[in-house]
Design a protein around this ligand. Structure first.
Ligand code: DX5
Ligand code: ZN
Length: 221
């Protein structure tokens, strides 16, 4: 494989009572990013973590924190996540009335900026912003919960993002999130993804390190 592939375990599926231990375990065994799913109970029907979680994780790991905001009005919270130590901040296209301004604000706060698309949101809607972001996140499940089944149409969208980025002459992180296991990981990489978010297929497995290695084995040559 030509480009680096990043594996981003999602703490949504971790055991919160063993979070420090489990996050350190994946960080020490080759995880590239820690994916933090922020949900507000409005944009998605679930409620999870806030900046205090990011701040706590920052104290225990030194790999970058990849924060996925599944919240309405994300522009109101950018500074909080920057102060907490987020390295990449991703917002959903569906909730940003002024997406370009929101991306600018994320950059002003010193973070990498990502834009995410729900399963039904067309890739064409980010054609005029792709040059300004470092990451595009394609949701391969409906956002809100771990452990759902991969939606195969996400593969077409990954390809489309890859083509769009190539056309723009821009090297970006193309992230896929939802239902990733060794099989779907391989398909996603073959279709242009280079960042794999993995929740259940790592943290809900009896041997977390073996599960992480199985994902790596499926995609790294
Ligand atoms: C879903 C979240 C995902 C979730 C993925 O809304 O954005 O990051 O943790 O979990 P799995 O890998 O179990 O589908
Ligand atoms: Zn996510």
């Amino acid at each position: 494989m030509k480009n680096k592939i990043y594996i981003a375990p999602s703490i949504l599926s971790a055991d919160l009572l063993k979070l420090e231990e489990q996050v350190n375990l994946v960080a020490k065994n080759g995880a590239d990013l820690i994916h933090v799913d922020v949900m507000d109970g409005h944009f998605v029907p679930n409620l999870t973590f806030g900046p205090n979680m990011v701040e706590a994780l920052k104290r225990i790991v030194d790999i970058p924190l990849d924060v996925h905001l599944m919240i309405t009005n994300p522009e109101l919270h950018i500074q909080d996540y920057a102060r907490a130590g987020a390295d990449i901040l991703t917002v959903h296209q569906e909730v940003c009335r002024h997406l370009h301004r929101t991306i600018q604000q994320i950059h002003q706060e010193g973070m990498k900026a990502g834009v995410s698309l729900n399963p039904e949101t067309p890739v064409s809607l980010i054609g005029d912003i792709i040059e300004d972001v470092e990451l595009v996140l394609i949701m391969s499940v409906n956002p809100g919960f771990g452990g759902q089944k991969f939606i195969p149409h996400a593969l077409d969208k990954l390809k489309e993002v890859e083509k769009m980025a190539e056309k723009a002459g821009k090297q970006i992180m193309i992230e896929v999130d939802g239902g990733i296991n060794p099989d779907t990981a391989k398909q996603a990489i073959e279709n242009g993804a280079n960042v794999l978010v993995v929740g259940n297929a790592i943290f809900k497995q009896p041997d977390i390190v073996a599960a992480l290695n199985a994902i790596k084995k499926a995609v790294l040559h």
